[in-house]
Ligand binder design. Structure first.
Ligand code: ADP
Ligand code: 5GP
Length: 187
């Protein structure tokens, strides 16, 4: 059976992480890819669990040695998915989910056209902003930088295979589950 790769994107604060956690609780057989980032860890984050937190120099070295399947700069930090990590998961027979921003999602689609791209949309811009602020994880300057990305991200969403609105959380999780189950039937 072929293994599937799903890419989940959406603006910062839309609820990607929350929807995915809900999905993974119900479907623990899926692997969530762990990315590398130059961003500083938040108080509740652990190295090797939420991200591999690396220095800018280490990140640049990985770029030069072509170790990333995709990478992008987002709101002042770099984020990337290691090729080795993804290949290892696929070889071990795991279906993988990548939670990455839209520029990276486009790079994945180019290299792996069989990847399924899912964009999580907010019910409104105001709701997105309230969620991002309500999370209390970023300072004002960082929130502004992240909100500046929204228009471009919504434009990129037009190229995604699926768009799911995260209004009611349970409905969004159920819709993601339906999309993924439907795609798994095609394997
Ligand atoms: P992202 O991973 O997209 O940056 P998060 O998953 O961290 O976003 O969610 C941002 C905030 O919005 C969190 O405080 C989360 O609890 C809240 N949130 C997520 N989904 C919903 C929802 N459907 N309804 C209300 N609040 C939500
Ligand atoms: P955060 O700093 O909030 O954890 O993530 C900021 C953005 O970077 C989010 O849109 C998240 O999905 C994205 N991101 C996380 N890991 C990667 C990655 O490996 N590659 C890319 N391109 N984006 C990532």
């Amino acid at each position: 059976m072929n293994k599937k790769l799903f890419v989940i994107s959406g603006s910062s604060g839309v609820g990607k992480g929350t929807v995915l956690r809900g999905f993974l609780e119900r479907n623990p057989e899926f692997m969530l890819s762990i990315s590398c980032t130059t961003r500083a860890p938040r108080p509740n984050e652990t190295d090797g669990v939420n991200y591999f937190f690396i220095t800018k120099e280490e990140f640049q070295d990985c770029v030069e040695k072509d170790k990333f399947l995709e990478w992008a700069e987002f709101a002042g930090n770099c984020y990337g998915t290691k090729k080795k990590y993804i290949n290892q998961c696929l070889e071990e027979g795991k279906d993988i989910i990548l939670e990455i921003e839209t520029k990276g999602a486009m790079q994945v689609k180019k290299q792996m056209p069989e990847a399924v791209l899912i964009f999580i949309c907010p019910p409104s811009y105001e709701t997105l902003e309230n969620r991002l602020r309500g999370r209390h994880t970023e300072d004002e300057a960082t929130i502004k930088r992240r909100l500046e990305e929204v228009k471009k991200e919504l434009k990129a969403a037009e190229s995604f295979d699926y768009r799911i609105v995260n209004d009611d959380l349970d409905t969004a999780i159920k819709t993601l589950e339906d999309v993924i189950k439907e795609e798994m039937k095609k394997c």
